[in-house]
Design a protein around this ligand. Structure first.
Ligand SMILES: [Zn+2]
Length: 489
């Protein structure tokens, strides 16, 4: 979990407009000249590796499944062979993240999350995703984007200096790179045209790309609904990093002018066989989200966020987004015991930040401290409440609640409840927490989407989740013998 979250929030709340960097390059796939931050292909390879090492832990690390990794790489490398850059070394990585996403870094680093793989139904659908990402690399969009990320990081440097705290700079840099920037619609279109070429040359049906996109859109809509924000896609998902519409993908297929592939590869059974038993949702080693509760069986604690807040977990921190820009951030600091928690809060964690109304409190037997600070953010005044809790001799857990000033009063009680919900888990409680897995199921006569959905462990929207997971449009009868995906505990 990211240390010094407090300064980061101050920094993010006050974020200024990124500066600009110079430099142009020409992409092999498009012949187009664009802004790259002055990177040669060698620079790209080096920076790609550097970002790779940062980004992998931020997305839960590599998903440890050698057979699945080798399979994804083999599909990816087959597609690379058909591209304008067949000799470029590519690295395909399956990330241990439940978020549905795929992205590429300069130097041929391509990522898919296991969240995305769970949603796919065939080799052709995954090939469509990989081909699109390879298109971004071939057109050097990620180099272009990296130029922009560096610009954003420079803004972070300015703020760090402003706060007199280098730590804030480092952490902000980490956050900027994890908050992957979205590509432009033109870049998305270009990658689709390129991706369609690679797909068909490799023997897949180009329409698999459009088909999977509609599943991704359905998932995105469901996620937005689950977040209590229907009509607004999740900030972390693939629609944010790759803004696309079904219409534009269809147009890209037409523009690519490819011939129809006879007997295209679909590879449904082989693909499903590879993801059977895959972890679904959070990895318990990183803590699990169960509705509004966050449970960490490995680190042995739990807490509950207020109603209307939606939790998201990363390897560095846990965040929850609430109404109208309200937010919550939770992380861990390794800090050995000794001093009081109030002095930790004011002298260590929020050093140099004017924290008000500092108070020593006790949370379920654990010494803690809390205080407030007001900042003027880009989107208006924000109140921050910080809570630091001494868990054991080596460990402090920290919460930061952020509210637009007008919501501070109404959220103060729910935030208090969240603060005091933090508790240790017993060994038995920790052992009882089980992760979810994706398993295959052959439909038997009489079973429907409705009856199968009821077996899944989700607290709500079971039918919708089953339909999205299986790419089903409605509750029409499932043919007996068809293989479907189920989530089980
Ligand atoms: Zn894209």
């Amino acid at each position: 979990m990211i240390s010094r979250a407090f300064q980061v929030l101050v920094a993010v709340a006050a974020l200024v407009v990124p500066g600009l960097l110079a430099g142009c390059a020409t992409a092999p796939a498009t012949g187009r000249t664009f802004f790259t931050g002055g990177m040669s292909p060698e620079d790209e390879a080096r920076l790609g590796l550097q970002e790779h090492e940062k980004i992998v832990p931020q997305f839960g690390g590599v998903y440890e499944n050698a057979a699945l990794s080798a399979y994804i790489s083999s599909i990816g490398n087959l597609l690379v062979q058909t591209s304008e850059i067949p000799n470029q070394q590519f690295t395909f990585t399956v990330l241990d993240s439940p978020i549905v996403n795929a992205f590429a870094l300069p130097g041929g680093y391509v990522y898919v999350t296991r969240g995305l793989l769970a949603l796919a139904d065939s080799e052709a659908e995954v090939a469509g995703v990989l081909a699109h990402e390879i298109g971004h690399v071939a057109a050097r969009h990620s180099a272009e984007r990296y130029g922009q990320t560096m610009a954003a990081n420079l803004a972070g440097v300015g703020l760090g200096v402003l706060l007199g705290n280098k730590a804030a700079t480092d952490t902000f840099t980490a956050i900027s790179s994890v908050a992957l920037r979205s590509f432009s619609r033109e870049q998305e279109y270009e990658s689709d045209v390129l991706g369609v070429r690679y797909l068909t040359r490799a023997g897949f049906d180009a329409n698999a790309m459009a088909g999977f996109l509609s599943k991704l859109l359905a998932d995105s809509r469901l996620e937005a609904e689950l977040a209590g924000q229907p009509g607004r896609a999740d900030d972390f998902n693939i629609m944010q990093t790759h803004p696309r519409t079904a219409d534009r993908v269809q147009r890209a297929i037409a523009e690519a002018g490819v011939v129809t592939v006879k007997d295209p590869i679909v590879g449904r059974d082989i693909y499903l066989g590879k993801i059977d038993g895959m972890l679904y949702g959070d990895n318990p080693d990183q803590g699990l989200i169960r509705g509004r509760q966050f449970v960490h069986p490995a680190l042995r604690f739990a807490f509950t966020v207020p109603e209307g807040f939606r939790l998201a977990n990363s390897s560095q921190s846990v965040i929850a987004r609430g109404p109208e820009g309200a937010g919550f951030l939770f992380d861990q600091a390794r800090e050995s015991g000794g001093g009081s928690m109030t002095s930790y809060l004011t002298q260590v964690w929020a050093k140099g930040v004017p924290v008000q109304n500092v108070e020593a409190i006790t949370i379920n037997g654990m010494p803690a401290a809390t205080g407030e600070v007001s900042v003027n953010g880009r989107s208006g005044p924000r109140d921050l409440r910080a809570v630091a809790i001494r868990y054991d001799d080596q460990t402090i857990y920290r919460m930061v609640f952020v509210t637009p000033a007008k919501l501070t009063d109404s959220l103060s009680r729910p935030f208090r409840e969240t603060t005091y919900s933090f508790r240790k888990l017993s060994a038995a409680e920790a052992a009882a927490v089980k992760p979810w897995r994706l398993v295959l199921h052959k439909v038997r006569r009489g079973e429907t989407a409705g009856t199968l959905a009821e077996r899944m462990p989700f607290p709500d929207h079971r039918l919708e989740r089953f339909q999205v997971l299986n790419g089903l449009e409605d509750n029409s009868p499932l043919p007996a013998g068809r293989t479907v995906k189920l989530i089980v505990e």
